[in-house]
Ligand binder design. Structure first.
Ligand code: ADP
Ligand code: ADP
Length: 225
């Protein structure tokens, strides 16, 4: 099946009087290699949709399938959040190494893979650094390397550059575009920045919020700039 299929997905947090309708119904078919950017106002359900695709929780309604399967956390998708969430007691390389270990990469292959992944995200030679010694932009590069470590078909990114200064953000956008194209991964990237969407996307999907509900609005096919 398609790398990612979202069919009539809705999601509600809580139930009864405290129920919060957060998303949907949304349907999306995402072909291999696409760099899909989800844009929309705060609270329209972008993060919720990403979490459902990552398999962190099941949708209240509808179906999410990744490669034809119900997604399970860590199995089909590498995820990058706004905060890098690196383990401070491990080195830069150690953080990537752990992701490789969790992905089942044999011990004897890991050091070479760590070096290769760090090189790909522009961090060659930093494996021994401490995570708190490097800049916020470099931390997000490590987070991207970690997300690529599992060689999963999907890369999910939730406003990964929102906390960075403008220049750092631009550099990371350029590098992410290159890295994802090289890896041939299918990406879903959440942002509220239309500039960022247009720069990165092969396709933009706008989520809108109408009173009490959220609906998929317009898929726009853009040439990659
Ligand atoms: P976005 O990423 O577009 O800002 P979210 O997916 O974070 O939107 O949130 C969509 C809606 O769901 C919002 O109304 C938000 O307050 C609500 N929401 C998100 N997470 C939770 C949660 N864990 N519990 C209850 N409501 C939530
Ligand atoms: P916050 O720090 O905003 O409170 P959480 O730490 O509760 O958010 O994480 C939100 C969701 O992301 C949870 O479902 C959690 O399991 C998942 N998550 C957090 N960190 C990671 C990670 N490094 N890799 C994969 N999933 C993660």
């Amino acid at each position: 099946g398609a790398p990612l299929s979202v069919r009539d997905v809705t999601h509600t947090y809580g139930r009864g009087a405290t129920a919060v309708p957060a998303l949907g119904p949304v349907s999306l078919e995402v072909p291999a290699g696409e760099f899909l950017v989800l844009v929309g106002p705060s609270g329209c359900g972008k993060s919720t949709l990403l979490r459902l695709i990552a398999g962190f929780e099941g949708p209240t309604g509808g179906q999410v399938r990744v490669g034809g399967e119900v997604p399970r956390p860590g199995r089909q998708a590498g995820v990058v959040f706004q905060q890098a969430r690196l383990l401070p007691w491990r080195t830069v390389g150690g953080n990537v190494e752990l992701a490789l270990r969790l992905a089942g990469v044999p011990r004897e292959q890991r050091a070479a893979r760590v070096a290769e992944l760090l090189d790909r995200v522009g961090l060659a030679g930093t494996a021994q650094r401490r995570t708190w010694e490097i800049s916020g932009g470099q931390q997000q590069r490590v987070a991207i390397a970690r997300a690529l470590a599992g060689s999963t078909p999907l890369l999910l990114l939730d406003e990964p550059f929102a906390a960075l200064d403008a220049l750092t953000r631009e550099r990371l956008q350029e590098d992410l575009r290159r890295v994802s194209a090289e890896a041939g991964t299918t990406s879903v990237f959440v942002t509220h920045s239309v500039d960022e969407a247009v720069f990165l996307a092969t396709r933009v999907v706008v989520l809108t919020r109408s009173p009490g509900t959220v609906a998929l609005d317009v898929p726009v096919d853009l040439p990659r700039s």
